[in-house]
Design a protein around this ligand. Structure first.
Ligand code: NAD
Length: 344
């Protein structure tokens, strides 16, 4: 299995996108963001997406040179139109706009529409936590049919509609909740397919509505199931309404939707509510108490949301990023087609 070092892999990714007409600043951002997802252990949102983004450029879904534009704005909100820009660029501008407004006005909400796939939603709320703010994000997917069945249904109706929240802590990495509202992110099924592995029961139904463990069934008219039954399904609907309908990004079945994410970000300035030191003291109390919980049978310890990703990032920074053979050979093939020099 190829093991890649993060810095050369991000540089290689950036050079691939530059060769496809993406300006260097955007290509660097996308390269770093995809590799950060691999570092975090979410290979489904890592460099495996290179082929998808290149295909979207070819098909005119993504406009490599596009930049997000503020369409509506008040002191506490903004609506950005991505004009089919890379989602990573749209999301970064959106969360930075939210951070600046929340610093001035205690809270801010920023919508992003008509942008590409934003990747790991948690990366963007994480920027707010690094700046000392709390941030929430609700994203929906604009595929024409959807990929996820509603609870009790056996037809594609919704996207995998992720939700992410980042909360800064003192002396610990931020709490980072970041997950699809489907049983699993779609990319994890693709990773299983590329690795020749079955998927666990409860992730997907085939096109006839029968439970399946064959990842190929998802790409043959099958569908993902919602996470946690009716609860994940309800949260997915919330993401459709906040990320898709409120922003005007659209969603499955709605005309004008593009193959990307609509996102609503909410940023909260903690100091507007109470002194930061008091928030941190209570946050430390709660998280220390949770970390001190006696592990249940079969577990070594209780983890906080965000800990698995932080640990993976540390290990993969040191040991490199393992990529399955199929994904790596696909990346090398597209790079060579674009006359990109091999990875350093
Ligand atoms: P997942 O099921 O692996 O869940 C990840 C979340 O659960 C993280 O917050 C993690 O810290 C937490 N977690 C994991 N194990 C834990 C434990 N033992 N204790 C406490 N917390 C724990 O994630 P997923 O649903 O497969 O999503 C993976 C990524 O895919 C996310 O980054 C998500 O944003 C992204 N995604 C993006 C889109 C999109 O359209 N842009 C769509 C779906 C998913």
């Amino acid at each position: 299995m190829p093991i890649l070092q993060p810095v050369p892999l991000a540089d290689y990714t950036s050079r691939i996108f530059q060769a496809a007409g993406v300006p260097k600043m955007t290509a660097d951002l996308v390269g770093q963001s995809l590799v950060a997802a691999n570092l975090a252990g979410h290979d489904s949102h890592g460099v495996i997406r290179i082929m998808q983004y290149l295909r979207q450029i070819d098909e005119g879904e993504l406009r490599p040179q596009a930049t997000p534009e503020i369409e509506r704005e008040t002191a506490v909100m903004a609506l950005l139109n991505g004009h089919r820009c890379f989602g990573q660029l749209g999301a970064k501008v959106a969360i930075e706009t939210g951070i600046n407004k929340a610093r001035e006005n205690a809270v801010a909400t920023v919508g992003l529409k008509h942008s590409g796939h934003v990747g790991r939603l948690g990366e963007w709320v994480g920027l707010a936590a690094e700046a000392g703010l709390i941030a929430l994000a609700y994203a929906n997917g604009g595929r024409s049919s959807g990929l996820v069945a509603p609870f009790g249904g056996a037809e594609r109706r919704m996207g995998t509609n992720p939700i992410a929240v980042a909360i800064p802590l003192e002396n610990r990495a931020p709490l980072l909740l970041d997950f699809a509202t489907s049983a699993v992110a779609e990319g994890k099924v693709r990773v299983a397919l590329n690795s020749g592995k079955p998927i666990p029961e409860g992730w997907a139904l085939d096109k006839t509505g029968a439970p399946t463990m064959n990842p190929a069934d998802l790409y043959d008219g099958g569908m993902l199931l919602p996470a946690a039954g009716h609860k994940g399904y309800s949260l997915a609907l919330l993401s459709d309404f906040l990320g898709g309908i409120l922003t005007g990004a659209g969603g499955p079945g709605l005309p004008g939707s593009i193959l990307g994410n609509g996102v609503l970000f909410v940023a909260l300035n903690i100091e507007a509510f109470r002194p930061l030191a008091d928030f941190f003291a209570d946050g430390t109390h709660i998280t220390d108490r949770i970390k001190a919980t006696k592990p249940a049978s079969g577990f070594d310890e209780v983890l906080l949301p965000g800990e698995p990703e932080a640990r993976s990032a540390q290990a993969r920074q040191e040991d490199g990023i393992p990529l399955d053979e199929i994904t790596w050979s696909q990346i090398v093939e597209v790079a060579r087609k674009l006359s990109v020099a091999d990875i350093a």
